[in-house]
Design a protein around this ligand. Structure first.
Ligand SMILES: *Cc1c(COP(=O)(O)O)cnc(C)c1O
Length: 379
């Protein structure tokens, strides 16, 4: 029998999205501005809590690009960046003509290693250049070591660009991810915890910075009746149609988090008694993860030679998608000539790690299919 594909993470509509799109059509707000854009921004500001201002943009990547620009990154500058991440965290450094300096992860959160970060800062200063920004990522929805990274950033007075693309709804000590950076970034790509079909947002603590981001995102038009430009502009604003999807998705965000965490619980109990397979979990009660994706690490020495590829191929043969962890940026052909600081933690995680189907729309039947494949591997 042909079985439908089980995806790693696929869009999951809540039901009210089309109402907002219909409204946009009815009122002819079919443009990169309009009531849904403003409404979605307000929804996000309320959700994140605290004094934040949100600018809705065309993608998370665009938000990182404008975020770095707003932090003053220019051609020739150096930017510290978590190596284990999606390439979209690092590409905007190159858009600006700046140089990425890649930093290893630590084993507790898989995110920026504070020791490697500080070592890199000291070494870059010694070599003559203080880095302009730190890009810190909450991989798979698990917050990075917020306090330790903030302490280092403040000590050396280097701002943080918080890449919270995977962590909407995650918290650290009760405070929402997406509010910890000097500038923070969200993504609503099709595979994220909520989607606008494609989109992102910049989050700041200053209304002036938000307004400047929107200015850049709408072609940097000076205040004049004709088109006049004193700065480089970008076409990065979110459309009112996409924002309508976002408004509908905000109504189901907390439900999606519950369902993603249910998938995580499912894998925790599935692998509980399996020697050599560890499910990636938050390190303490200070951390709350949306578990956007559940990831495991597989130690073939303890599993009698079953490595993560054996898992991946077994799942693939049953039309179940899984994927190795993000390949570290300092190992990517495009980035391999840039400096890297660390002890190959990210490398070994990449060798052993696998992301498993984690969508909020997976069913009991899907879980049974996944479980059966995993159990046959151990028989
Ligand atoms: C998805 C993602 C991005 C990019 O977001 P887009 O909206 O797809 O441009 C950036 N960083 C991380 C860590 C991501 O997972």
């Amino acid at each position: 029998m042909h079985q439908s594909k089980i995806w790693l993470s696929s869009p999951h509509m809540g039901g009210t999205e089309q109402k907002y799109i219909q409204e946009a059509f009815d009122t002819n707000w079919v443009a990169p501005l309009g009531p849904n854009v403003n409404g979605f921004e307000k929804d996000l500001e309320n959700y994140l809590g605290g004094q934040v201002f949100v600018g809705a943009l065309s993608s998370g990547t665009a938000a990182i690009h404008l975020g770095l620009l707003l932090l003053g990154v220019q051609a020739g500058d150096e930017v510290l960046c978590q190596s284990m991440t999606f390439s979209a965290s690092a590409n905007p450094i190159l858009y600006l003509g700046a140089t990425p300096i890649f930093i290893d992860s630590e084993v507790k959160t898989w995110n920026l290693c504070p020791d490697a970060l500080e070592l890199a800062i000291l070494d870059r200063i010694k070599k003559g250049k203080k880095p302009k920004a730190i890009i810190a990522v909450h991989l798979y929805g698990v917050p990075y070591q917020i306090d330790a990274i903030r302490t280092i950033a403040d000590n050396y007075q280097i701002p943080i660009l918080e890449d919270s693309a995977e962590a909407l709804g995650s918290t650290y000590k009760g405070i929402k991810c997406g509010t910890f950076g000097d500038i923070s970034v969200l993504s609503f790509n099709g595979n994220k915890i909520i989607t606008t079909s494609g989109g992102g947002a910049i989050v700041t603590h200053s209304v002036a910075i938000k307004e400047k981001a929107v200015f850049y995102a709408t072609q940097s038009r000076d205040n004049a009746p004709h088109y006049q430009h004193s700065e480089i502009g970008y076409n990065y604003r979110m459309s009112n149609i996409c924002a309508g999807i976002g408004r509908g998705q905000m109504k189901v965000l907390d439900n999606h988090i519950d369902l993603r965490r249910l998938m995580h619980d499912f894998y925790v109990s599935l692998f509980e008694s399996v020697d050599g397979v560890d499910v990636f979990c938050v390190p303490s009660d200070d951390y709350f993860a949306n578990y956007w994706l559940t990831a495991i690490t597989v130690d073939p020495i303890k599993t009698n030679g079953l490595d993560r590829e054996v898992f991946r191929l077994a799942l693939e043969s049953a039309a179940i998608e899984s994927r190795p962890l993000w390949k570290p940026m300092h190992l990517q052909p495009i980035f391999k000539s840039y400096p890297y600081y660390g002890h190959k933690i990210a490398e070994s995680l990449f060798q052993q790690g696998l992301c498993l189907p984690s969508g909020s729309n997976l069913t009991q039947a899907d879980r049974t299919r996944i479980k059966d494949i995993i159990l046959t591997l151990f028989n």
